[in-house]
Design a protein around this ligand. Structure first.
Ligand SMILES: [Zn+2]
Length: 402
C-alpha cells in the first residue's frame, strides 16, 4: 500500500537547505509531498507537480511546518538528581564546598552506580518523552556518570534498550567524563584504563551501539595529551571523536578536535581564535551550550559570532545533565542563542536542526528537502520568530509523524 500524501494548508514552511551552510528556505503557502517516510518534494502549493495531484491530502491547519529539532549534546542517563545541592548553592554554598563534602558529580556517580538497567531505561524514557513533546526528534546521548566499567556498561545497555524501543538517538561513550574516585586523582592511570581497558571492552560487549566517544579536556581533569590518547583509542575502535573543550579555561580542546578530525568540540566558552580557525578548516562543528552558562550563573557566553565569522557551522544543544543544566527545552536554547549568543533567528534555528544533524553524520535529519525523514513539526504561530519573541511562552509543536 502506498503511503503517498501531501501536507497542505500551511501558513508556510521553514527549513535549512542542506546544500548551503546557513541558508534557510522560507516558503509561504507551502506544500510538502511525503512518501516512504521521507520528503519527496517541497515548494509552493500552486507549484505541486501534477503527479501528486491525486495523492491524499493532510491538513496542516494553517500552521508553520519545520523539521524536528536535533540535540547534539545530552547526558540523558543518570541516577538521582541534584535539586538539593542546587538549593544549597542558592543559599550560598560554593561548588567546592559541596564537592569537598562528597556532593556534586560524585553524588550523581553514586546514584548512577546504584541504578539497574531497568531503572535507567525507565527514567530515560520519561526524559525522552519530555524532549519529544518539545519538538526534539533525535538526540546525542552520552554515558559518563558510571566512571567505571560495569556502570558504564549498564548505561550503554540502557541506551541500546532505548534504541530497541524505537527512540532515535546516537550514543557517545564518555567514561572519561571526570576522574574516577578509585584513581585518587591520578589522571594518567585513569586515562590509561579508559583507553586500554574500558573503551575496548564496552565496544566488545555492546557492538554497534555507540558511534562516538568523548573526553572532558579541562584543567584538573584530562590534559589535551590524555584526551588525544583516549580519543585515538576510540578511533581505532571505529568511534568518531567529540570533545568537551575549553569550557572553564583554555586547554587547547578545539585545536585537539581539529587535529583528530572530531565531529564536534563542545562548550568552547574559552576557545582561542586559532582554535576557531582550526575547527573551520577541519569541519569540526562547534556545539555551544548556552543554558549551561545560564544555569551556572557565568557571564562567559561562547563567542558564537566570531566562530560564524571564522567559517564554523555552529550548532546549539541543551547539555541536559543533573549538575550544570537540567534543561530539556530547545526553545530555551533557541532564545539564548538569539538573546545572548547574538545569533539571528535563522542562524539559531539552523544551529538546532541542520548543523547538529550534520555533526552526528545524519544527512536525513534537520531539514525538509527531498530525502529527509518525514519528522515534521507543526507550529500554530503567525510567524516562526514568535517562538523567540514571546520569550516565556511554552509553545509545543504538533507532530505529523513519529
Ligand atoms: Zn556535557
Amino acid at each position: 500500500m502506498s503511503d503517498r500524501r501531501v501536507l497542505v494548508n500551511l501558513r508556510g514552511l521553514l527549513t535549512p537547505d542542506p546544500a548551503r551552510a546557513w541558508a534557510v528556505d522560507r516558503i509561504p503557502d507551502a506544500a510538502l509531498a511525503l512518501e516512504g517516510g521521507r520528503v519527496a518534494w517541497l515548494g509552493r502549493k500552486e507549484d505541486l507537480p501534477a503527479a501528486w495531484a491525486d495523492a491524499p491530502k493532510v491538513d496542516g491547519g494553517g500552521a508553520w511546518a519545520t523539521p524536528g529539532f536535533v540535540d547534539p549534546h545530552t547526558h540523558l542517563l543518570f541516577g538521582g538528581n541534584r535539586s538539593g545541592e542546587f538549593n544549597r548553592r542558592l543559599h550560598g554554598a560554593t561548588y567546592q564546598q559541596i564537592a569537598a563534602e562528597g556532593g556534586g558529580i560524585r553524588e550523581t556517580v553514586r546514584a548512577t552506580r546504584g541504578a539497574t538497567v531497568h531503572d535507567l531505561v525507565a527514567s530515560g524514557e520519561e526524559r525522552l518523552r519530555a524532549f519529544r513533546e518539545r519538538g526534539v526528534v533525535h538526540l546525542e546521548c552520552k554515558t559518563g556518570y558510571g566512571l567505571e566499567l560495569e556502570a558504564e556498561s549498564r548505561l550503554t545497555a540502557a541506551y541500546a534498550e532505548l534504541q530497541q524501543r524505537g527512540w532515535s538517538l546516537d550514543v557517545t561513550l564518555l567514561p572519561a567524563h571526570d576522574l574516577a574516585p578509585e584513581f585518587g586523582g591520578d589522571a594518567e592511570a585513569n586515562a590509561c584504563a579508559v583507553a586500554e581497558d574500558w573503551l575496548p571492552e564496552l565496544v566488545k560487549r555492546h557492538p554497534g551501539v555507540a558511534r562516538f566517544c568523548d573526553v572532558f579536556v579541562e584543567t584538573g581533569v584530562y590534559t589535551a595529551e590524555q584526551g588525544r590518547r583516549i580519543l585515538g583509542a576510540g578511533k581505532r575502535l571505529g568511534l568518531i571523536p567529540r570533545v568537551h573543550a575549553d569550557e572553564l579555561s583554555w586547554t587547547g580542546g578545539a585545536e585537539l578536535a581539529a587535529e583528530l578530525g572530531a565531529a564536534s568540540a563542545d562548550h568552547l566558552m574559552f576557545c582561542s581564535e586559532a582554535g576557531m580557525k582550526a575547527m573551520a578548516a577541519a569541519d569540526v562543528t562547534p556545539v555551544l551550550l548556552p543554558a549551561t552558562t545560564l544555569f551556572l550563573g557565568m557571564r562567559d557566553w561562547a563567542p558564537a559570532r566570531k566562530m560564524i565569522e571564522a567559517g564554523c557551522r555552529v550548532a546549539l544543544a541543551t547539555d541536559f545533565n543533573p549538575g550544570s543544566c537540567p534543561c530539556v527545552d530547545p526553545l530555551t536554547i533557541l532564545r539564548l542563542g538569539c538573546l545572548q549568543l547574538r545569533m539571528t533567528f535563522e542562524e539559531a534555528f539552523t544551529a538546532l536542526t541542520l548543523h547538529p544533524a550534520r555533526s552526528l553524520r545524519r544527512d536525513d535529519l534537520g531539514h525538509l528537502h527531498p530525502g529527509a525523514r518525514a519528522q515534521v513539526l507543526l507550529w500554530d504561530v503567525e510567524e516562526m520568530l514568535e517562538l523567540v519573541y514571546w520569550v516565556g511562552e511554552p509553545y509545543r509543536p504538533r507532530f505529523l509523524t513519529r
